[in-house]
Design a protein around this ligand. Structure first.
Ligand SMILES: NC(=O)c1ccc[n+]([C@@H]2O[C@H](COP(=O)([O-])OP(=O)(O)OC[C@H]3O[C@@H](n4cnc5c(N)ncnc54)[C@H](O)[C@@H]3O)[C@@H](O)[C@H]2O)c1
Length: 260
């Protein structure tokens, strides 16, 4: 029953909520009793997720790199549901793969504007509201590639490394307000975006699965479960940390000699 869920009485704003992982988080949060503002650059996708959820959700068009839109989204969550307790920063920009010497400055800047400035702006506007509500949680979706950088993806990997550091600093700043701030580093997750380079799901699994200790890629719902933990009272003593939902990707990459 939703009203006895782990997030009963809580209000969440999820950026990138129209995407695969963001959508899974919105749906799980709503199932656990939260009211959810589904915010995304792609208004139609946000609307689709909110429509699936029903009365517990609203949709909002949002470019997280635009301060006016970020501020308006926080205000919209409070207007719709009366308060804000949880911010989940999921939105990320897709930029072309290229080595540093040929990466366009505008692609570098776009990755930073969305992946790092976006969570900064959303946190900046959300913290006063979460404080006003008596506390809550911020969850940032980082990446295994924030720890294990890969060639040709310097902008993405660097922003994801940055979000890990940003998370701990913000956590220290707002701990006194009963606001916990944590991140999640997923491994390769099966989404339309990660699948698009492959002809079939089987080909995707065969290529990306072995990068993980568990021998398979992850599903959006597996990331959402960690995001539920971090947003709920189950994580009441957890702040300033990163949870790996990476099937052992980082450990395997760091210790390849342990592979048998
Ligand atoms: N899929 C993976 O394998 C994987 C692995 C590690 C980390 N991640 C991270 O998980 C998160 C979600 O990824 P996903 O795979 O669900 O991707 P996705 O493309 O399905 O979702 C990303 C969403 O962000 C939205 N978005 C893009 N720019 C935006 C902006 N400026 N303002 C607001 N919304 C914007 C997109 O419209 C999209 O709906 C991202 O932060 C990504 O970096 C994904």
């Amino acid at each position: 029953m939703a009203d006895t869920g782990k997030l009963a009485g809580r209000v969440a704003l999820v950026t990138g909520g129209g995407g695969a992982i963001g959508g899974a988080i919105c749906r799980l949060y709503a199932r656990e009793g939260a009211k959810v503002l589904v915010a995304d650059l792609r208004a139609n996708e946000a609307q689709a997720v909110a429509g699936d959820i029903g009365d517990a959700a609203r949709a909002c068009e949002l470019d997280v790199s635009d301060p006016a839109q970020g501020s308006a989204a926080v205000a919209a969550a409070v207007e719709a549901f009366g308060a804000l307790h949880i911010l989940v920063n999921v939105a990320a920009a897709v930029t072309p793969d290229a080595p540093v010497e040929s990466l366009a400055l505008e692609d570098w800047n776009k990755a930073f504007a969305v992946n790092l400035t976006g969570p900064f702006l959303m946190s900046k506007f959300a913290v006063p509201e979460i404080r006003k509500a008596g506390g809550g949680a911020i969850v940032n979706i980082a990446s295994q590639l924030g720890t294990i950088g890969v060639p040709n993806r310097s902008a993405y990997c660097t922003t994801k490394a940055g979000i890990l550091h940003f998370t701990t600093i913000l956590a220290a700043e707002v701990a006194k307000d009963n606001i916990r701030v944590n991140s999640i580093s997923p491994g390769v997750i099966q989404t339309p975006r990660t699948l698009r380079r492959f002809e079939t799901v089987e080909a995707f699994q065969a290529s990306r699965g072995p990068l993980h200790m568990l021998g398979r890629v992850g599903q959006p719902e597996e990331v959402a479960k960690a995001a539920l933990f971090l947003a709920s009272n189950d994580a009441s003593f957890t702040t300033a940390t990163d949870i790996l939902v990476d099937g052992g990707y980082i450990y395997l990459k760091r210790q390849p000699e342990t592979r048998h």
